[in-house]
Design a protein around this ligand. Structure first.
Ligand code: PEP
Length: 250
């Protein structure tokens, strides 16, 4: 039985005062919840704040990106070992905003995935199609291509230490959500692709849905057999909304 996982992606929002209030709200709302796992992926400068406020709680923390390089002259980049220094558990890799705005290719995402695993982090590896791709009927081919780079590159044992997030690009931050049936179909497809590599790994793998998940649609999405949690953008910035989604995952 896979345990559900709900992770907030704060993106480039927040400041010390707002984060404090948000984390206090989330901590008090989630404290009693025992049947699922929770996390927040915060901007780098706030990792120390997340660490100091969340340690000992049932909420893990992490980052939204990582360098594929271990160290060196890479101005502006942050290494996996640095995230480990702040006790991060998760790192989001291959988010569609990184792919589209920062030109991250499938190959770069795969290398980052590998780097994260080797550092002992849990990558949350994002895949998903654009609206044009969905409308032209190539969702499965796009998702398969994004997945294959990690399946071919790192192998089953590394995939077993990761989380996959299906995030249809057209649903991210748009208020449009995939229907539970649309999301379930792609989640089942992802699991089936992973099972070609290793059936046991596929069975245990957590596949999160991301794309305008809100308190009003979370329960229906999370009730699907292959949806094992959520990667939450906008709603993770409002304590009551994030907590309501966490409750729905119970
Ligand atoms: C995301 O950024 O990963 C995301 C799912 O955003 P939103 O929930 O705002 O659509």
């Amino acid at each position: 039985m896979r345990r559900k996982l709900v992770v907030g992606n704060w993106k480039m929002y927040g400041n010390l005062a707002r984060n404090k209030a948000l984390l206090e709200g989330v901590l008090s709302g989630v404290r009693e919840l025992r049947n699922a796992d929770y996390g927040v992926c915060v901007p780098y400068p706030y990792l120390a704040q997340a660490q100091s406020m969340l340690q000992g709680s049932n909420i893990a923390w992490g980052a939204q990106n990582v360098s594929q390089n271990e160290q060196g002259a890479f101005t502006g980049a942050v290494a996996a070992g640095m995230l480990v220094d702040f006790d991060c558990r998760y790192v989001i890799i291959g988010h569609s905003e990184r792919r589209a705005l920062f030109h991250e290719s499938n190959d770069i995402a795969a290398t980052k995935f590998d780097t994260a695993i080797k550092a002992g982090l849990t990558p949350i590896f994002c895949v998903g199609e654009t609206l044009a791709e969905r409308e032209s009927g190539v969702t499965e081919q796009v998702v398969a291509r994004q997945l294959e780079v990690i399946l071919n590159h790192v192998g089953a044992q590394a995939v077993a230490k990761s989380v996959i997030a299906y995030e249809p690009v057209w649903a991210i931050g748009t208020g449009k959500t995939a229907t539970p049936e649309q999301a379930q179909a792609v989640h089942a497809f992802i699991r089936q692709r992973v099972s070609q590599l290793d059936a046991v790994v596929a069975q245990d793998l957590r596949i999160l849905y991301g794309g305008s998940m809100k308190p009003g649609n979370a329960a229906e999405l999370l009730a699907q057999p292959d949806i094992d949690g959520g990667l939450i953008g906008g709603a993770s910035l409002v304590a009551e909304e994030f907590v309501a989604i966490c409750r729905a995952a119970q």
